[in-house]
Design a protein around this ligand. Structure first.
Ligand code: PLP
Length: 393
């Protein structure tokens, strides 16, 4: 789309990276379900770069450009790369590093990210070192750097404890130490948090979650603003091959069109449900950045433009009660994942964070009675009724 004015994210979500198909005028980008491209003459592809579909696919390119436009708040100023999953995006980014390099990681990252770092890139003999640190403690964070620190891996809000990390401060410290700063923006999406405003070098998503939003695709994305870094990522993308397929790219791009609308409703529902949970007698603690009781509520209000749909709470009755609650809801489905239009409920200790060793879980506060919900976009009254019934079991 070529319009010289600055466009709002609501418009970019629908149009960025997309134009009517030149062959037919079809308004929707076709699903280019092809593995290769016929060359009119030897060594002269019809379009530069379109020689083999692992390297480039037009449907994937449109999706990549649309996500990049949302994160960068403008068309054609950033570089997106789409992968077969969020973990595929992470694997590719990790190949920017060399054996002997060191990474500072938020202590409460997604369990699968921890497993990849711990079991593949560290214990797996790839020679990368990691220090996990509570990044809400800036002194501890700064002390975690080593002369060989090349990358800082920030996930905020953290998963599942929803700690909010100060992006401005942590990224400034990373840059002072000459390390790249990556922000996993999966939980907030570009609608509610804009890591590039705070100087992030790489923004990463599990597009499986809010970006696609309909629980029918596994995908991942990176966005960068620096051309040299983008070229490195594109080289790794085609060399490692964990690319997003055309069908998944198309579905995720369709999902993006309603991202602004969905995030508004996730945020509205999240705030309302968190407040009601906080008033419930069976619950010991509710963690939600939008509640005044949240340890980083002031920072959250400044850094994010909403609080989203992820809520964590601890049952007074511990594991036994938590088991009843997660099995007792009818609209909230008992399932891993998050960020879809439908509401989900899960037990991090037994499900998403089972790969985090019990002693680490304990230190992080991942209690046996802890439940995580992803509040969808259904009627908030129906959702609360569903939870209320399960909480009384
Ligand atoms: N980052 C976060 C915050 C996640 O929650 C997840 C998955 O749950 C991932 C990354 C990995 O993404 P995927 O499951 O698409 O590989």
């Amino acid at each position: 789309m070529k319009i010289d004015r600055k466009l709002s994210l609501n418009t970019l979500a629908i149009h960025a990276g997309q134009q009517p198909d030149p062959a037919t005028g079809a308004i929707m980008t076709p699903i280019y379900q092809t593995s290769t491209y016929v060359q009119p003459a030897l060594g002269k592809p019809l379009l530069p770069g379109y020689e083999y579909a692992r390297t480039k696919n037009p449907t994937r390119t449109a999706f990549e450009q649309c996500v990049a436009a949302l994160e960068c708040e403008g068309d054609n100023i950033g570089y997106g790369a789409a992968f077969a999953s969020g973990c595929g995006a992470e694997t590719t980014v990790m190949h920017l590093l060399e054996p002997g390099d060191h990474v500072v990681v938020s202590d409460d990252v997604y369990g699968g990210t921890f497993r990849m770092f711990d079991k593949v890139f560290f214990a797996g003999g790839k020679g990368i070192q990691f220090t996990y640190v509570d990044m809400t403690n800036l002194a501890a964070y700064e002390a975690a750097f080593k002369p060989n620190t090349k990358l800082v891996w920030i996930e905020t809000p953290t998963n599942p404890m929803l700690k909010v990390i100060d992006l401005e401060q942590t990224i400034a410290i990373a840059h002072k130490k000459k390390a790249l700063a990556l922000v996993d923006n999966t939980f907030m999406s570009p609608m509610l948090q804009k890591p590039f405003r705070f100087g992030a070098d790489i923004v990463l998503h599990s597009a499986t979650k809010y970006l696609n939003g309909h629980s029918d695709v596994v995908s991942g994305v990176t966005v960068v603003k620096d051309k040299a870094l983008a070229d490195k990522i594109y080289f790794l993308q085609k060399s490692l091959g964990a690319v997003a397929g055309p069908m998944d790219s198309w579905l995720a791009m369709r999902g993006l069109k309603t991202l602004p609308l969905r995030m508004e409703r996730h945020d509205f529902n999240g705030r309302a449900i968190a407040q009601k949970l906080a008033e419930h007698s069976e619950i010991a603690k509710v963690i939600y950045p939008g509640l005044k009781t949240h340890a980083q509520h002031a920072l959250s209000s400044k850094q994010m433009s909403g609080f989203g749909g992820m809520i964590t709470f601890v049952m007074k009755g511990g594991l036994e009660k938590a088991r009843k609650v997660v099995a007792g809801t009818k609209i909230f489905a008992l399932a891993e994942s998050l960020g879809g239009v439908e509401s989900l409920i899960e037990h991090p200790g037994i499900m998403t964070h089972a790969s985090v060793p019990p002693e680490n879980r304990k230190a992080l506060g991942i209690d046996d009675g802890l439940i995580r919900i992803s509040v969808g976009v259904e009627s908030v009254d129906d959702l609360w009724e569903d939870l209320k019934i399960a909480l009384a079991l």
